[in-house]
Design a protein around this ligand. Structure first.
Ligand SMILES: Nc1nc2c(CCNCC3CCCC3)c3[nH]c(NCCc4ccccc4)nc3cc2c(=O)[nH]1
Length: 373
């Protein structure tokens, strides 16, 4: 049991990194995929299943939890870990991104962002200080600064304004966070797709000597090539011995390409959301179980998978459940997708340890290219 928050780099293979984040609630093996548990639940899953798939950490979110059931209520009920019965690490996002994408009627200024709840129209204000306070009330282990994420494409002036505001909010968030032993607050690098702004943001955050760094402002409509080029420009400016978290990313290919460039942590709604829409991620690539070609296919999705949903059920049955919009369809496909994402991360971790990441990457890409047999 450790009272401190530490990151240890255990191996590297090219720019790919194998490490471990230790904190009082447990250890996170990196590269890590963090299932999104927005409102204290990973949709369509039991958290025991999420754990059994190899998830060391899940995500929560200020925006959703402050609206419902409310941060003070969660604190009264013992914090998010007690509330959701997840005793392992939780990372929370600061809510800014969700405000800009979900809330109605919002105003953003130096103080923070005011918005009306998309649930009942109640007005709220989210400042760097209030966001950190909410994350503290949730008893979050890894907390995010409040930031402003710009959609791309955007004008340089707009990107620069939001990046400079996010830097001022990083200072205020760090001051509000103070010194919480065993916990961490990550800064979030902004700067859009403008190299000199990205470098300025990363340098100023690196100077703050934070416990970890998120790469924000990506997966917001830009092509994958732009995202990867931005990583190549930004990562060398960040300290090697601190974790790097690429926010909101991504597809299995995004994960493979980003680990190859030095990313340690990811979160994305893709595997859970796609599962609810009948889409499976696998070693053969994407498979849409709504497609009629599966109607008579008695084969399981992937007989080599350790996940019962991928190994034991026929494609015909999965197709049937999806076509009938049965709850079990979304449950089984979410299970299949999270299992595949965690298997992919475990494969990358083992490959980096063995110094064969390039081979693993090529084998994985070949499997996707071969497609569904
Ligand atoms: N603070 C902050 N958060 C960002 C997020 C949210 C990360 N997940 C939060 C979880 C907490 C609760 C909800 C999610 C992002 N998500 C994306 N892309 C998602 C792209 C996507 C959209 C739909 C499907 C799949 C991918 N880019 C992001 C950039 C930022 C950012 O700069 N700052």
């Amino acid at each position: 049991m450790t009272e401190r928050f530490t990151f240890t780099l255990q191996a590297t293979d090219g720019k790919a990194r194998r490490g471990e984040i230790t904190m009082p609630r447990g250890t996170v093996r990196t590269p890590a995929f963090m299932p999104v548990g927005t409102a204290g639940t990973v949709k369509a899953m039991y958290l025991d299943q999420v754990r059994d798939l190899g998830s060391d950490i899940i995500l929560g979110n200020v925006y959703h939890l402050m609206l419902r059931p409310g941060a003070e209520r969660v604190a009264r009920l013992g914090g998010l870990h007690e509330f959701a019965r997840w005793p392992h690490p939780i990372l929370t996002d600061s809510g800014g991104f969700q405000v800009m994408s979900l809330a109605a009627l919002r105003k953003l200024d130096e103080r923070g962002v005011t918005f009306k709840s998309h649930i009942d129209g109640t007005e709220y204000e989210l400042t760097p200080e209030r966001s950190i306070e909410i994350q503290h009330l949730l008893d979050s282990d890894i907390q995010m600064q409040l930031d402003e994420c710009i959609r791309l494409p955007a004008e340089r002036a707009e990107i620069e304004r939001a990046m400079e505001l996010s830097l001022r909010w990083a200072e205020r968030s760090a001051k509000a966070f103070g010194d919480q032993p065993g916990k961490a607050m990550f800064g979030i690098v902004q700067g859009g797709d403008v190299p000199d702004l990205r470098i300025r943001s990363a340098e100023r955050l690196a100077a703050m000597d934070l416990k970890g760094y998120s790469i924000g402002g990506l997966a917001v409509g830009e092509p994958q090539a732009v995202m990867l080029k931005t990583l190549e420009e930004t990562l060398p400016v960040l300290p090697e011995h601190k974790p790097r978290y690429l926010m909101g990313v991504g597809t299995p290919d995004d994960l493979l390409q980003s680990v190859a460039r030095g990313i340690d942590m990811f979160d994305c709604v893709m595997p859970t959301r796609a599962g609810r829409h009948g889409l499976a991620y696998s070693c053969f690539g994407k498979i849409n179980l709504r497609n009629a070609r599966h109607a008579d296919d008695h084969r399981p999705l992937d007989e080599a998978s350790a996940c019962p949903a991928a190994r034991d059920y026929s494609r015909a049955y999965l197709h049937h459940l999806v076509r009938c919009n049965e709850a079990l369809g979304g449950m089984l496909l979410t299970w299949i997708n999270l299992a595949y994402y965690q298997d992919l991360m475990a494969g990358m971790r083992a490959a980096i340890e063995a110094g064969r990441f390039a081979d693993f990457k090529a084998e994985t890409e070949a499997g996707w290219a071969r497609g569904d047999i």
